[in-house]
Design a protein around this ligand. Structure first.
Ligand SMILES: NC(=O)c1ccc[n+]([C@@H]2O[C@H](COP(=O)([O-])OP(=O)(O)OC[C@H]3O[C@@H](n4cnc5c(N)ncnc54)[C@H](OP(=O)(O)O)[C@@H]3O)[C@@H](O)[C@H]2O)c1
Length: 256
């Protein structure tokens, strides 16, 4: 029960890594606010969680690339819960193309969902955390940004995503430095290939799956729970002396 009495926000909580993270935080005692664009997906996860433990999950539909939506989310969290202890910036995604074929719209969209969103949510919800810290005293508070293996090693046909995720890792360091005075830690987690709706299409291609296995020391794709456990570690007191770091959970891709 590492998150007993903690209030947590998870973006992109309606599926994949975000869903697994929300479930683990709630299982360990947190009150979790699930954020995403599709309310039906969030409601499904919240219903599962609330069946397990009444009122442990709440839903707020928002597009985290939109300033107004993020401001409304921050206002809701402040008015409803008064404080915020854990923030997981997990929403993200990508399209695939070569640099010369990539449209400017796709470039912008991928920067927005992976990078601008992390800035916007950290800015407005970070303010709620800072206020909570000055009002209720410095307790362990944490932000975890979901980056990617692609932020370390640019992936094929995802130049926009690789650039955005590398920026997330460095933005996290800036965030960690600025927020350290308020007792708020910030770290990023960089997953390798994980089975989620984001990778579903690619993972239906046997040759692609074989290529992933060949390139991964552990010879397999990861499960969402194997990433959420690392995110929850970074968010917990177990990582109380860790800030400005990136935790790579890539099954050993970079060592092959
Ligand atoms: N799966 C992998 O192999 C892998 C590897 C490295 C990094 N990652 C990163 O892990 C994170 C989670 O991805 P995943 O694999 O779990 O994929 P996923 O299942 O597609 O989850 C992404 C979630 O983000 C939400 N989302 C997308 N755009 C949003 C927006 N503008 N505002 C609010 N929510 C938004 C989506 O819900 P809505 O569409 O309903 O909004 C979705 O539930 C992403 O940052 C991804 O880049 C994944």
């Amino acid at each position: 029960m590492r998150f007993k009495e903690a209030v947590a926000v998870v973006t992109g909580a309606g599926s994949g890594i975000g869903e697994a993270t929300a479930k683990q935080l709630a299982n360990e005692g947190a009150k979790v606010i699930l954020v995403g664009r599709t309310k039906a997906k969030l409601d499904r996860v919240a219903a599962e969680l609330n069946e397990f433990s009444a009122q442990c999950a709440d839903v707020f539909a928002a597009d985290v690339t939109k300033e107004e939506d993020v401001k409304n989310l921050a206002h809701y969290v402040k008015e409803t819960y008064g404080d915020l202890h854990v923030l997981v910036n997990n929403a993200g995604g990508s399209t695939h193309n070569n640099i010369t074929k990539l449209s400017i719209e796709d470039w912008d969209q991928v920067q927005n969902v992976n990078l601008r969103s992390v800035f916007l949510v950290s800015k407005f919800l970070g303010e709620v955390m800072v206020e909570g810290s000055s009002r209720n005293g410095i307790q362990d508070r944490a932000i975890v940004n979901v980056a990617s293996l692609s932020g370390h090693k640019a992936g094929a046909h995802i130049p926009h995503y690789s650039a955005a995720k590398a920026a997330v890792i460095n933005f996290t360091r800036a965030l960690a430095y600025e927020f350290s005075q308020f007792g708020i830690r910030a770290n990023s987690v960089s997953p390798g290939f994980v089975e989620t709706p984001l990778t579903e299409q690619g993972l239906q291609n046997d040759r692609f799956v074989e290529a992933i296995k060949r390139s991964t020391a552990l010879k397999r794709v990861g499960r969402p729970e194997e990433i959420s456990s690392v995110i929850c570690f970074a968010a917990s007191k177990d990582a109380s002396y860790m800030t400005g770091s990136d935790l790579l959970a890539d099954g050993g891709w970079l060592i092959v």
